[in-house]
Ligand binder design. Structure first.
Ligand code: HEC
Length: 227
């Protein structure tokens, strides 16, 4: 273990003719996540790759414009990414009562409080990019365009919790006023529909065996285990 056939950085090599152990990348190598690659992606998607797109800030202030074409596709992508990355703490409706919070992590603020409803959209992007207080950042896990999609979906959640009947197109109002006729499962399962909040701690705790007993029921100590 002590002597390994490896080179530490900048050590000379007798193996290569130029005497260097550090090798240059093969010609035309493209590193993952380079700006060349990113530029190509954003060019195809017709997005200008400016500072605001990458920071959510104009100068030092959080901006309030959405830098992508805002389509239903973007919102659905945002919903999907949000449900993967944010719901464990923030919950599916964004009230801050996620599963992990029930297990003791600091409870995040609800997206539906006045301060966050008024926050510019760049704030949500910035929180994901740089973290906020006790929350770590999601820079490595979530690409910039997905961070924007999530920020847009948080706006969907905020509006959905605060909507009135007049926000619904007249043709659809009847469905809402007749809850008895509503199907139990949405026929449009892929539509942007905020889902029910996560179970309360009480319900959830009762439905599971106590953590420290799990998996130990059938174990009897064996002699061979003792060393
Ligand atoms: C592991 C738990 C956890 C996850 C996962 C998480 N957050 Fe948070 N979030 C927190 C906590 C805790 C706070 C409160 C931080 C504080 O005030 O110290 C917070 C705060 C926030 C805030 C409010 C900032 C403010 O101005 O008060 C936003 C917005 C936010 N998170 C967005 C997100 C988004 C978007 C995701 C998913 C990409 C996400 N969070 C994932 C725990 C989490």
């Amino acid at each position: 273990m002590h002597n390994q056939p490896k080179y530490i950085p900048l050590r000379a090599s007798e193996f290569f003719h130029d005497g260097r152990s550090a090798r240059l990348p093969v010609e035309h190598t493209v590193a993952r996540g380079t700006t060349a690659e990113a530029n190509q992606f954003y060019k195809e998607k017709d997005v200008y790759l400016d500072n605001y797109f990458l920071t959510g800030k104009i100068g030092t202030l959080e901006g309030d414009k959405f830098p992508l074409p805002l389509t239903k596709e973007v919102l659905l992508r945002g919903q999907e990414r949000y449900n993967i990355y944010c719901t464990p703490c923030h919950s599916r409706v964004g009230d801050g009562n996620g599963m992990i919070v029930n297990r003791g992590i600091k409870r995040p603020p609800s997206y539906h409080e006045e301060r966050l409803k008024k926050a510019p959209i760049g704030h949500f992007y910035d929180v994901m990019t740089n973290g906020f207080g006790a929350m770590l950042n999601y820079q490595a896990q979530i690409k910039p365009e997905d961070r924007w999609a999530i920020a847009a979906y948080i706006r969907v959640l905020q509006v959905s919790e605060d909507a009135s009947l007049s926000d619904v197109p007249p043709a659809d109002r009847n469905h809402i006023q007749e809850p008895a006729n509503m199907p139990t499962a949405s026929p449009h399962a892929t539509d942007v529909v905020p889902v029910a909040p996560s179970p309360t701690p009480a319900q959830d705790m009762n439905s599971r065996p106590a953590l420290n007993n799990r998996g130990n029921e059938n174990k009897t100590p064996k002699k061979e285990d003792k060393r």
